[in-house]
Design a protein around this ligand. Structure first.
Ligand code: SF4
Length: 280
């Protein structure tokens, strides 16, 4: 029997929902899951915005954001996830430029000087229903005296049919705040930097829905761990899965999509499977 995890976070729950086998590769086998360039750009932007929001309101300027980015870069560029990207000079410039575009994108959504920050990057460990939960809330703030949960997103705003999962994740943060602080946030927001804010009202029904979904996922995780059986869920995301080189079902799926020309040319799986077939 595989030991069940101590906690479920919104991202590990989302991974299990996407594909239980992927969850096992990542959280049980602890195979490296290089987050890739876009995710690391997002991590860097989060760090800059975290430091920015710790400053007194009047100091939250673009110039300050630039100076924060400059001061944290020397440490960031030595981190393993970043060095694993093996970027050349031109790529590094593109990485920094992309990070800066995303950072600046905050000013397209709001004036940070006007944000009444309660906390940034707050770690919450609590129970949602019967599920042990752990998560980090990007920003808690007050708007019109009401508590609001905000989550930064540096990626592209997803199409309408893909938004439900993102909303469930931010609703889980709202549920966790309610459980740990005894105050229910009035809204949960996704700040798509440079694009728009997706905001949903926090209601008891929405919290219950998100918690029920988390409970269902937790039941799935515990059942899979007990039986040591993790189903694959092949689909379009196999093209971007870090474990495609060890997952036979994923490879079948990707090859089928390559043949039908329904796999984006940007999917990393093209390159990975090419190297694998050359090595064979
Ligand atoms: S390649 Fe596809 S099926 Fe395999 S683990 Fe990844 S997402 Fe799941």
């Amino acid at each position: 029997m595989i030991e069940t995890p101590q906690y479920l976070s919104p991202s590990s729950a989302a991974t299990f929902e996407t594909c239980p086998a992927k969850w096992k590769y990542k959280y049980v086998d602890r195979r490296p899951d290089p987050s890739g360039k876009p995710a690391l750009v997002g991590s860097f932007v989060h760090l800059v915005l975290e430091e920015l929001c710790k400053l007194p309101a009047e100091a939250r300027t673009l110039e300050q954001a630039k100076s924060i980015a400059t001061s944290i870069w020397p440490v960031f560029e030595t981190e393993e996830d970043y060095t694993a990207l093996e970027l050349n000079e031109e790529d590094v410039r593109a990485f920094k430029w992309q990070a800066w575009i995303s950072t600046q994108g905050l000013w397209k959504l709001e004036d940070p000087k006007e944000v009444e920050v309660v906390s940034t990057e707050q770690k919450i460990v609590t129970k949602l229903g019967d599920v042990p939960f752990k998560g980090i809330v990007d920003r808690l703030e007050r708007i019109n005296n009401e508590l609001v949960v905000s989550d930064y997103k540096s990626g592209r705003l997803p199409g309408v049919r893909w938004r439900a999962d993102k909303i469930t994740q931010v609703m889980l943060y709202a549920a966790a705040v309610k459980a740990s602080q005894d105050e229910t946030p009035s809204a949960a927001r996704l700040l798509y930097l440079g694009q728009r804010i997706l905001e949903v009202k926090v209601t008891a029904e929405r919290i219950a829905e998100a918690t029920d979904q988390l409970t269902e996922t937790w039941d799935g995780v515990t059942t899979s761990c007990e039986s040591e059986s993790f189903d694959t869920k092949p689909g379009v995301l196999c093209g971007w899965c870090s474990f495609i080189d060890v997952c036979e079902d994923g490879q079948v799926e990707v090859k089928k999509r390559m043949k039908k020309k329904t796999l984006s040319a940007e999917a990393p799986a093209w390159q990975i499977l090419k190297i694998k077939s050359q090595a064979a």
